[in-house]
Design a binder for this molecule. Structure first.
Ligand SMILES: *Cc1c(COP(=O)(O)O)cnc(C)c1O
Length: 389
């Protein structure tokens, strides 16, 4: 009989933990050494080789969380993204990327890839046909991100993984917005899963980290480049991240629940034009989201009715803070027009479906009644200043 793998909260709390043999303490001891005696000629332990005790222990937890064989822990989400892409793309190769990607990832591709002689195409939309249409003779990698930022669009993970397999390509996904609680892309045939662990894995807005999860074979390929690029995470932060992940299960479930309730509240509200949340029946990809997600996540976006000032709304919120980052236990909000997408022209924003009244909302774990009260009082203030064009 095969052993049943432990449930998600058990993995979060225990998988990979190090035993404190000396004092029998409850938690993994922290090993800060940058110098280790040779155990044998093959094992050279060194933090930049991704093989210190705490790194190896946390990698086991990451692999278990995403149903992979192995994992690496990086110093940031972008260190994970860049190392992973460049491990599989050489000069003369081509990569197909989803058109709606995290800004840092688009910047990496657009600003750096020409230097390496790597060609790239962005899809026209998220339909599987759009990915297949961009494949060329020299394509090596397909890269997706779902749910996407800021409109929470959904890409069909299995369809893209199947296309990659059919054409012999390596498929990669940025699974940050979903977290391993809500979506496990390896189950749908994706080769490599990437997370910015700065977000739901860290969860307290105090850790910058990234992770890559895949097969032993692919993780070894990523490692061969990673050790030369030098993007490993300090053991102290690895240890903090392990602690954070112990509560990820209960945190993310609470965030899912808040997001669903607030999405429903906003959808019924007279001052709200539109709500984007994959858990709502009104979301165009609700059925697809349901088929590939265990939960719909803690991120949503909404548009204020025309004439209501998004900048003022943000200022009038008390409990909900405006912030660039996301996924912490505290609720945060931002206006893409004023921040992440400020450098685009109004036409470019309109083409991407980003209106001036759009707000991106990262739900924390506060009581939903308090969040609703904060939104209501801010809306009342903004209505008082309403300008009708
Ligand atoms: C934040 C983020 C990243 C980048 O991660 P860092 O830890 O900031 O380097 C990548 N992808 C997504 C979806 C993100 O939200």
């Amino acid at each position: 009989m095969t052993k049943k793998s432990p449930g998600i909260n058990t993995i979060c709390t225990h998988t990979g933990e190090l035993e404190d043999k000396q004092f029998k303490g409850a938690i993994s001891p922290l090993y800060m050494s940058t110098s280790y005696a040779f155990e044998d000629v093959d094992v050279k332990r060194y933090p930049r080789y991704f093989n210190t005790p705490n790194q190896v222990a946390l990698a086991k937890k990451m692999a278990a969380l995403e149903h992979g064989e192995a994992a690496l822990i990086f110093g940031s989400g972008m260190a994970a993204v860049s190392t992973c892409l460049l491990a599989f793309l050489h000069s003369g190769d081509h990569v197909v990327l989803q058109n709606t990607l995290y800004g840092g990832t688009s910047n990496l591709v657009v600003e750096e890839f020409a230097k390496f002689g790597i060609e790239y195409s962005f899809t026209n939309n998220l339909k599987p046909e759009s990915f297949e249409a961009e494949i060329k003779k020299n394509t090596k990698v397909i890269y997706i991100e779902t749910p996407s930022n800021p409109l929470l669009t959904i890409t069909d993970i299995k369809a893209v993984a199947d296309i990659a397999m059919k054409h012999g390509l390596v498929s990669m996904i940025d699974n940050t917005f979903a977290s391993p609680l809500n979506q496990n892309p390896i189950d749908f045939g994706i080769d490599i899963v990437i997370h910015s662990a700065t977000k739901y894995m860290g969860g307290h807005s105090d850790i910058l980290a990234g992770t890559v999860i895949s097969s032993e074979e692919y993780i070894d390929k990523v490692f061969q480049l990673a050790k030369n690029f030098g993007g490993s995470l300090s053991d102290y932060t690895v240890w903090l991240l392990e602690r954070s992940i112990k509560t990820m299960g209960i945190r993310v479930k609470a965030q899912n629940k808040n997001a669903k309730k607030i999405a429903r509240f906003l959808e019924r509200h007279a001052d709200i034009e539109k709500v984007y949340y994959p858990g709502l029946k009104s979301h165009p990809d609700h059925q697809l989201a349901k088929s590939q997600m265990h939960g719909f996540g803690g991120m949503l976006s909404f548009e204020l009715k025309e004439g209501l000032d998004a900048g003022l709304f943000q200022k009038k919120l008390n409990l909900i803070k405006s912030s660039m980052s996301l996924a912490g236990i505290e609720s945060t909000i931002l206006s893409p027009t004023l921040t992440s997408h400020a450098l685009l022209t109004p036409e470019e924003r309109e083409n991407q479906g980003i209106r001036d009244g759009l707000m991106r909302f990262s739900l924390g774990i506060e009581e939903k009644e308090d969040l609703i009260a904060d939104i209501e009082q801010a809306l009342a203030e903004v209505r008082g200043n309403e300008v009708r064009s």
